[in-house]
Design a binder for this molecule. Structure first.
Ligand code: FES
Ligand code: FES
Length: 225
């Protein structure tokens, strides 16, 4: 019996309509198929020829690994190429904050649930605490620091200022990036679409009404310009 109270193996029809009489339950068939595939996979263990060259899957000999001690990579952040040294588990947020001193993106939950670390990667909103730096090679990263055009704030940033749309401000860089991505995809969102577009961002000060007002105002201003 499982945790939902169902029997371990639900009764199966001896045959399903249109299928041959196998004398097998569906579960047994899948178990058998799984074992066969696992066996086939084991048989394939041995020397493999790949683009990276010949290597042995069983021993690991010849496999090119990303060194755990660190490796230099190039990342394009706010239109500038940066050479940074990372290890395989270094996140994009760690690179931004600890290596590039771009501390606008905040670390709050560090598990993809609050949106405080939101940045743009290839034009999409991404939780940078959940993205490995190595996965950003060859991609365009834009942080809150890269949104303004010189001294001219992005219209979303300006609207947040005009509407006093923050209290402690900790969540705001993430909200602004998410709002910028929303307006890039949908220049005239209604209130519900704004809420949906920002639903990955949490404001612990609950400044939501002013935040939504600011995004509405930014959309209206961009539509009028
Ligand atoms: S710190 Fe990345 S989602 Fe919360
Ligand atoms: S303004 Fe404080 S968490 Fe949003």
């Amino acid at each position: 019996m499982d945790r939902h109270g169902r029997p371990d193996e639900a009764p199966q029809p001896a045959e399903s309509p249109g299928s041959p009489k196998l004398g097998l339950t569906r579960r047994r068939f899948l178990q058998g198929a799984g074992a066969t595939m696992a066996g086939a996979a084991l048989l394939r263990v041995g020397p493999l020829k790949t683009e990276a060259g010949q290597h042995d899957v069983a021993t690991g000999k010849g496999i090119k690994r990303f060194p755990p001690t660190g490796q230099k990579i190039n990342l394009k952040v706010n239109a500038t190429e940066h050479e940074v040294e990372i290890t395989p588990e270094t996140t994009l947020l760690q690179v931004l904050r600890e290596k590039l001193d771009l501390t606008g993106s905040k670390e709050v939950c560090d598990r993809g649930s609050c949106g405080a670390c939101t940045v743009m990667v290839d034009g999409e909103a991404v939780n940078s605490c959940m993205m490995l730096a190595i996965d950003c090679i060859g991609r365009e990263v834009v942080t809150i620091e890269g949104l303004a055009d010189g001294d001219r704030l992005d219209p979303v940033q300006q609207a947040f200022v005009d509407h006093d749309a923050s209290q402690c401000g900790y969540c705001i860089p993430g909200f602004i990036i998410s709002a910028r991505v929303l307006l890039n995809h949908n220049p005239a969102p209604d209130r519900e679409q704004i809420k949906q577009g920002l639903c990955g961002n949490i404001c612990r000060c609950a400044a939501y009404v002013r935040i939504f007002d600011a995004v509405e105002a930014a959309a209206a201003k961009e539509a009028a310009s």
